[in-house]
Design a protein. Structure first.
Length: 228
């Protein structure tokens, strides 16, 4: 196979490789951004869970306090109605104490209600955030699934081709590939002009190109070929 055809093939493979590497970079960047979003969302959910837990503990404490005050009220009422207290002052005092305790219970029950309402809101928020986390995870899996197809595995073909092409030509090829945006080898336009820079190609060169000889544009120095 003429060197020219090896160069065309190499350009094709290197072109695909470049595109894949760029896509891989792009997707890796997107994955990094989604991962940051995920970390933030997980933290938000943890914070809400912590708040819910604190409220649960407080609610339990309130319930226990209410329970113990109820016991005290019962004890006081038992004493009050046992007839053992004879002093009117003491009766009044005990009654007042019971009233105070009942008032305290009512306050604590109000507080419990408020807490339960708050917790309900927090549970809803948690659910919403968990759904958002699910979407983020789906997004992440989708992007990650794109990566394996972009991991370039034609490197062996490239190595084989590179071994077939003389060093100096290879060097020139890669210089042009980099310098001319991936186009080191270009086709003749209308059999007359360089497909890279548009300069007229001399007839003598055109004949050589027909024979798949290595010819370079006098102006942009790209390698030239003709469609067969
Ligand atoms: Zn040219």
């Amino acid at each position: 196979m003429p060197i020219l055809d090896d160069l065309i093939e190499l350009q094709k493979l290197e072109g695909i490789k470049t595109i894949n590497l760029n896509k891989k970079d792009e997707i890796s960047y997107i994955i990094k951004k989604i991962s940051l979003k995920k970390t933030a969302k997980v933290k938000e959910i943890d914070n809400i869970k912590e708040e819910i837990h604190i409220n649960e503990v407080e609610l339990k404490d309130l319930d226990l306090s209410v329970e113990s005050i109820r016991v005290k009220i019962k004890q006081n009422e038992a004493v009050l109605f046992s007839g053992k207290i004879t002093s009117a002052k003491e009766v009044a005092f005990k009654s007042q104490e019971i009233t105070n305790m009942k008032k305290h219970i009512s306050e604590m029950e109000d507080k419990s209600l408020l807490l339960m309402e708050t917790m309900e809101t927090q549970q809803t928020q948690k659910k919403v955030k968990e759904q958002e986390l699910n979407s983020i995870n789906t997004e992440l899996t989708t992007q990650e699934s794109l990566l394996p197809s972009l991991i370039y595995n034609d490197e062996e073909l490239i190595t084989d081709l590179k071994e077939k092409i003389p060093q100096d030509i290879l060097r020139e090829f890669y210089y042009l590939f980099k310098d001319k945006g991936g186009y080191a080898v270009v086709s003749l336009k209308d059999n007359l002009y360089c497909g890279g820079c548009g300069v007229n190609v001399p007839g003598k060169s055109q004949l050589l190109i027909q024979k798949r000889e290595l010819v370079r544009c006098e102006s942009c120095h790209r390698f030239l070929y003709n469609y067969r």
